[in-house]
Design a protein around this ligand. Structure first.
Ligand SMILES: *Cc1c(COP(=O)(O)O)cnc(C)c1O
Length: 380
């Protein structure tokens, strides 16, 4: 694989960085194509909010566009601006809706707010009345999430006002709260509720499914699907196999290998006691780089692992801001030395594995990927 795309601004050189974050854009494109296939007749959009779940908005959007994506979802107007700079022809939706007073800027960027409350609808409608030409926007209806979106009564009232509006909704959408758990009764409730509501908006495309909806709920696909985490290789559906390819790999530089004796403790608060004479590799990444602090270990519980010279090795003690300590006693002396790389993500360790050791989810591990790494984007 060859590196592509300009490296991010201020991207440190590999020799200077504590870690190397490699992002496989060919795998991202393959994931998009696989999801698009599963979407059948529905359009497959791509959710690229949160800097494309931490991997980098611009390179991700370029790779997804080459793979065939034409519709994108971001969370914020500012993200829409960055996206527009690399995708001049894309349809862009802004999930968090209309930022007050900013309607003109959405229109300039050709970004469509996802309107999820009366105040947003009123503001957008007044703006649409004041300008000539179309002002498309999406409408979000709440079917159970109780976060964003019109209530079902308000959606019904809104449907009655469609003819008097100064803009035409381009999409009617809702969001699944429990799609990662296929057995949860909320799914069927939301899907049937949404089916009834979308009928109030004839001729307007409808969208409900996130990654888990797309992968586990065939009846949630409607006209357009909105996968995010699955594009980035994350595990969307609990208790099912993850069919997606991993796209991130994280290697950290060893800054020293040291010896310590049985009975001594490692790290802050002396919470991990060595049970044998040990060799410890100290590697240059910590919670300031997004490695979850909760993934450390102590005398009561094991923590995350790293792959060193082809072998899984446990992390010892707490994760510091800039460093982790790894038990390499089982690796031959010649197998690991200062300057070598150890793998925290990759070689069979996925973002969800690291997340599980920290009581969090792959989404959070991805979106926390640090800014101090040397980032390498690779295409096939
Ligand atoms: C983030 C988000 C998605 C994508 O969800 P994934 O679980 O990452 O696939 C889809 N729709 C909405 C409204 C979202 O906020």
């Amino acid at each position: 694989m060859k590196p592509i795309a300009p490296k991010a601004e201020n991207n440190p050189a590999e020799e200077e960085a504590g870690g190397i974050l490699s992002i496989d854009l060919a795998a991202l494109a393959a994931n998009y194509r696989a999801l698009k296939k599963r979407a059948g007749g529905a359009q497959c959009a791509a959710v690229v909010k949160g800097d494309a779940y931490g991997i980098g908005l611009k390179p991700a959007a370029q790779a997804l566009t080459l793979a065939g994506a034409t519709t994108f979802f971001v969370a914020l107007l500012n993200e829409a601006r960055h996206l527009r700079a690399v995708c001049p022809a894309a349809q862009i939706y802004v999930l968090n809706g209309l930022a007050p007073g900013m309607a003109g800027e959405y229109r300039t960027l050709r970004a469509e707010p996802v309107l999820g409350s009366w105040p947003e609808i009123e503001e957008w409608d007044q703006f649409a009345r004041s300008v000539s030409g179309d002002c498309p926007a999406a409408i979000h209806i709440d079917t159970g999430m109780r976060r964003h979106g019109l209530t079902q009564d308000d959606a019904t009232a809104f449907a009655g006002r469609l003819k008097t509006l100064h803009f035409k909704p381009s999409l009617v959408m809702s969001h699944l709260a429990c799609a990662d758990d296929p057995k949860h009764p909320m799914n069927a409730k939301q899907i049937s509720g949404f089916r009834a509501l979308r009928n109030l908006f004839p001729g307007i495309p409808a969208s409900l499914a996130n990654s888990a909806g797309l992968l586990a709920h065939k009846d949630s696909l409607f006209d357009l699907v909105r996968p995010g985490i699955a594009l980035y290789g994350g595990h969307a559906v609990l208790e099912a196999e993850n069919p997606m390819k991993p796209i991130v790999r994280l290697d950290l530089r060893v800054i020293q290998v040291r010896h310590a004796q049985a009975g001594e403790t490692v790290g802050y608060s002396a919470e991990f006691t060595l049970k044998r004479d040990s060799r410890i590799a100290v590697a240059a990444g910590g919670y300031a780089d997004g490695i979850p602090r909760a993934a450390g270990s102590n005398d009561k519980r094991a923590g995350a692992e790293a792959v060193v010279a082809g072998k899984r090795c446990p992390l010892l003690g707490r994760i510091s801001m800039d460093l982790i300590t790894i038990d390499v006693t089982d690796i031959p002396e010649t197998g690991v030395k200062r300057g070598d790389l150890v793998t925290l993500l990759g070689e069979g360790i996925g973002v969800d594995d690291l997340a599980a050791h920290a009581g969090t989810i792959g989404y959070e591990v991805l979106t926390s990927l640090g800014k101090r790494y040397s980032r390498l984007y690779r295409a096939g």
